[in-house]
Design a protein around this ligand. Structure first.
Ligand code: SF4
Length: 404
């Protein structure tokens, strides 16, 4: 008789798998991800070989796990030769013991879709697509230097449905140069009218190393004011709710039952393994990342003379840090922090540790406290970085990422 556990009729632990494909057709002006333009199929082939070798090296360590999510992101995974993408999808399924219902997402840029490729991915077991639209306004798309139009997006969305994808996310942004309150509401209404299962709405940040950062003086006059961004965010949360998309995280909204299982692993402090350059992992009590350089990554697997160590920033997560991370990540979720669950995990009372600090936020309407659950309101989520840093006394936890 099988032993039952919280994972069902299996003793295997759950795991998320992330794979980074760092190639794109062109570099967007705001992008600070590890991605670059690559027109060399041979280099791409070698990179995929390296990722497969990297995954293979974990087959033993991950043998007691049944991954229930896979996320191939980037970069633009659909920009590489289709045969390489299929090879990658097949390799993940061969190396890891995925659950039958695993959520398997591939990110795509609307300019890179083809019905043939989408149908093949669907047949191979990919069951979720994440499409980067960002905005439905042509001028805003140009300002972002996106290579697709709204029409391209519509065409690829329709192709994805025809190919059998029943779980689609659309990425949007606010705070874009030239964007107005009205144009953002129009974008949200347009996307919701197509009926994707999930919508992400990110706040555009001007990050060092991007074209926007270098040209900041030229674009700053066209960026929405901070108060406008605040209004945009609150109105978006409310419009999305009216259109049937419930907020479950600062930037994420879904139809009932369609939350992104993979991303929830990050916010719930569950385990995940990342493969490919710049990928992050939380596995066996350790956090670590992979080096960012593609050529060094490839040579570490195939050049016998290479002395490159691909894993860096390895740190075991001590209890105090785990506690801080838990608070930081859980407050991103509308489910918030349940004090009973907190005590079960850490043996401390959340109210006793942080109750006093929370009072002004609860009084100010930035946080709710109900039946032992503490959660940020939409107004609190907009300034979550500030609130979380304040609660955790930032200097102790400054090494972690506080972005939204
Ligand atoms: S398509 Fe995505 S990953 Fe590629 S440059 Fe644009 S924002 Fe960055």
């Amino acid at each position: 008789m099988p032993a039952f556990s919280r994972y069902g009729a299996s003793e295997h632990k759950r795991l998320g798998i992330y794979i980074h494909v760092p190639f794109c057709l062109s570099k967007c002006a705001y992008c600070d991800f590890n991605s670059s333009v690559c027109n060399d199929p041979e280099r791409i082939r070698k990179y995929i070989d390296a990722v497969i070798a990297h995954m293979d090296s974990y087959s033993e360590a991950a043998a007691s796990y049944e991954p229930d999510t896979v996320f191939i992101g980037g970069g633009t995974p659909t920009s590489i030769p289709p045969a390489e993408l299929y090879r990658l999808v097949k390799a993940v399924k061969k190396i890891f013991n995925l659950t039958e219902t695993a959520e398997f997402t591939v990110e795509m840029n609307p300019a890179t879709a083809s019905k043939r490729v989408l149908s093949k991915l669907r047949k191979l077991g990919v069951n979720r697509l994440s499409m980067g639209l960002q905005t439905a306004d042509e001028n805003e798309l140009k300002a972002l230097s996106r290579i697709h139009t709204r029409k391209d997006f519509f065409r690829s969305y329709r192709m994805a449905r025809e190919a059998g994808f029943e779980n689609i996310n659309v990425d949007l942004m606010f705070g874009i140069p030239f964007q107005t309150f009205e144009s953002l509401m129009h974008t949200i209404r347009y996307v919701a009218s197509l009926g994707p299962e999930h919508i992400s709405l990110y706040d555009l940040k001007i990050e060092p190393g991007t074209a926007f950062h270098s040209n900041y003086e030229d674009i700053k006059a066209y960026l929405p004011e901070e108060e406008t961004e605040y209004d945009m965010y609150l109105a978006s949360v409310s419009l999305l709710r009216d259109l049937g998309y419930h907020q479950y995280e600062i930037s994420n909204f879904s139809r009932p039952g369609r939350r992104c299982v993979h991303n929830l692993k990050y916010w719930n402090c569950d385990e995940y393994l990342g493969f490919g350059v710049s990928a992050h992992s939380y596995f066996n009590g350790n956090r670590f990342s992979i080096i960012p350089d593609v050529d060094s990554y490839i040579s570490s697997f195939f050049d016998p003379a290479s002395k490159v160590v691909i894993t860096e920033n390895v740190e075991s997560v001590e209890e105090r840090e785990r506690l801080g991370e838990y608070i930081m990540l859980r407050l991103r979720l509308t489910d918030g922090i349940e004090s009973r669950e907190f005590s079960r995990r850490f043996g401390y009372s959340f109210e006793q540790l942080y109750g006093e600090k929370l009072v002004p936020y609860i009084r100010g309407g930035y946080m709710t406290a109900s039946n032992g659950t503490f959660a940020l309101t939409p107004a609190g989520m907009f300034v979550s970085n500030y609130i979380i840093s304040d609660i955790l006394e930032f200097e102790d936890f400054g090494k972690y990422y506080f972005g939204s």
